[in-house]
Design a protein around this ligand. Structure first.
Ligand code: SF4
Ligand code: SF4
Ligand code: SF4
Length: 248
């Protein structure tokens, strides 16, 4: 969609909207409900939120590399300047607003897809094209388990299942695919929304993955994409964690 967006001068609109603290309806849904509208880990941040662009830009160094870059540009650092203070206030306001937007988004999603029956209904139109898995930036396997020979069944096997059960839904195992992917991805989903955008049947994947992802990530106090030093919850086992499970 990029050429179309550029032709519409969306970049200008985006900057204007950011400047005025407004949401841009042309942004992907994932961006509109992002928990981190301000980057956590960057060498250099170009501040747009709350910044009067006619006066200049706010550049924030987030690392030694960023500081070196600013020095290379021969820019002198200014802590607590007017523009930086204004931006800080606008960012605090934006984060508060995003919190409310996300809360509403999760409430609506729970009403829409909460529970096994609703989930089965929502995934009903899935044709198992695997687009959602292919475009996902953090679906991490060289070869997805679902593209492996395990799922290459011969026609006789399908006929056998159909005979036993009286019927077989094609494609088979759609829920298995989604629930397994959710288990693999839950802690790592960054909420980009690429899966939802790539789905030919309009399945609200971002909503589902963000709802489950948010719950599970908070449970493990894990923020995906923040640092390579953080242990992946799926690969780290701690004897003392989640002991309350089964006690309730
Ligand atoms: S929203 Fe999550 S599951 Fe969907 S593509 Fe992005 S990271 Fe993957
Ligand atoms: S769905 Fe699971 S097995 Fe397939 S690529 Fe993603 S993480 Fe790997
Ligand atoms: S992109 Fe949509 S139709 Fe294709 S496998 Fe994913 S959910 Fe199913």
């Amino acid at each position: 969609d990029y050429p179309e967006l550029v032709a519409e001068k969306t970049s200008d609109e985006f900057v204007k909207n950011a400047w005025n603290g407004q949401e841009d309806p042309k942004l992907r849904v994932g961006c509109q409900v992002c928990e981190y509208p301000v980057p956590l880990m960057t060498d250099l941040t170009i501040g747009l939120v709350g910044v009067d662009l006619k006066q200049g830009l706010v550049l924030i160094a987030g690392s030694e590399k960023g500081e070196e870059l600013l020095k290379g540009l021969e820019l002198t650092a200014e802590d607590g300047g007017e523009a930086a203070t204004k931006r800080e206030a606008a960012v605090t306001q934006l984060l508060e607003k995003m919190k409310g937007i996300r809360q509403k988004f999760f409430e609506e999603t729970t009403a829409e897809v909460g529970g096994v029956e609703k989930l089965a209904e929502v995934f009903g139109p899935c044709i198992l094209c695997h687009n959602c898995q292919t475009v996902c930036p953090v679906c991490y396997c060289r070869e997805c388990f679902f593209d492996s020979p395990t799922f290459e069944l011969e026609a006789e096997k399908y006929l056998g299942v159909a005979e036993k059960r009286g019927a077989v839904r094609m494609p088979v195992d759609t829920l298995l695919f989604h629930l397994t992917r959710m288990t693999h991805m839950g802690t790592s989903c960054v909420g980009c929304g690429a899966c939802e955008e790539a789905c030919p049947n309009g399945i609200p994947l971002l909503k589902i993955f963000q709802l489950t992802g948010d719950n599970v990530q908070k449970l493990f106090e894990y923020i995906p994409g923040r640092s390579l030093e953080d242990e992946l919850p799926l690969t780290a086992f701690r004897e003392d964690e989640l002991q309350w499970i089964g006690e309730k």
